[in-house]
Design a protein around this ligand. Structure first.
Ligand SMILES: Cc1cc2nc3c(=O)[nH]c(=O)nc-3n(C[C@H](O)[C@H](O)[C@H](O)COP(=O)(O)O)c2cc1C
Length: 195
């Protein structure tokens, strides 16, 4: 093969490689831009499904990604027996320093400004695994806004919102929404300032 032909082929190969690399860059930039454009995400914990249903409703209504806080050890019915003072949930509620581990970290929090954070009210508080989430993701959440929502038997969300602000001063806590019986219009009115 002539030297000029070899050089031409080498140049073509180089140009092809550069074109491919260029394509990859613009694609990954697009993915990053998309992540940064998402103003908010929904993160929730649910032991018996009520809060999950509301989190999914919010995700659809607001067009936001939904992530579940999954406990490393799933809560059984016996664990949730609030009449038994030795049940797992009773022991956790009695000791606010306990941190039930999560099965995994929550992805996609770097690019968002606001996290809508959902949980069931347990003993008029948020379950301790919410504290596990906040502490484990402190780096991603620092300086951001947490907007709580909850389901309950009858208690309000107020006490859990207040304590969240006190326990996690590295975030700003927005208005809480108890979702036991809310209309779509109430959801829109509550969420709009945070989007
Ligand atoms: C351990 C435990 C404690 C609870 N404490 C309260 C409470 O203090 N006030 C209340 O109204 N409901 C209380 N509930 C009821 C739950 O808040 C309610 O059923 C909630 O919708 C469950 O949400 P989930 O299905 O997402 O787990 C408690 C439930 C459990 C299991």
């Amino acid at each position: 093969m002539k030297l000029t032909k070899i050089l031409t082929l080498a140049l073509l190969a180089l140009a092809f490689t550069a074109a491919c690399a260029g394509k990859k860059d613009s694609k990954s930039e697009a993915v990053e831009a998309q992540a940064a454009d998402t103003p908010a995400a929904i993160v929730y914990f649910s032991a018996t499904g009520n809060t999950r249903a509301q989190a999914q409703r919010l995700g659809k209504r607001l067009g936001l990604p939904v992530h579940e806080i999954v406990p490393a050890e799933v809560y059984t019915e016996a664990d949730l027996d609030w009449r038994d003072e030795n049940s797992r949930s009773s022991r956790e509620s009695a000791d606010s320093t306990l941190r039930p581990p999560m099965a995994d970290t929550i992805p996609g929090l770097d690019g968002v400004k606001t996290v809508f954070l959902g949980y069931p009210v347990w003993w008029n508080r948020y379950p301790n695994i919410i504290a596990t989430f906040m502490e484990r993701h402190k780096k991603q959440l620092e300086g951001k806004r947490i907007v709580p929502f909850a389901t309950s038997g009858s208690s309000t969300i107020n006490n859990s919102v207040k304590t969240m602000g006190l326990h996690f001063p590295f975030v700003t806590v927005g208005n809480g929404l108890l979702m036991n019986d809310v209309s779509d219009a109430q959801i829109d009115e509550w969420a709009q300032p945070y989007l």
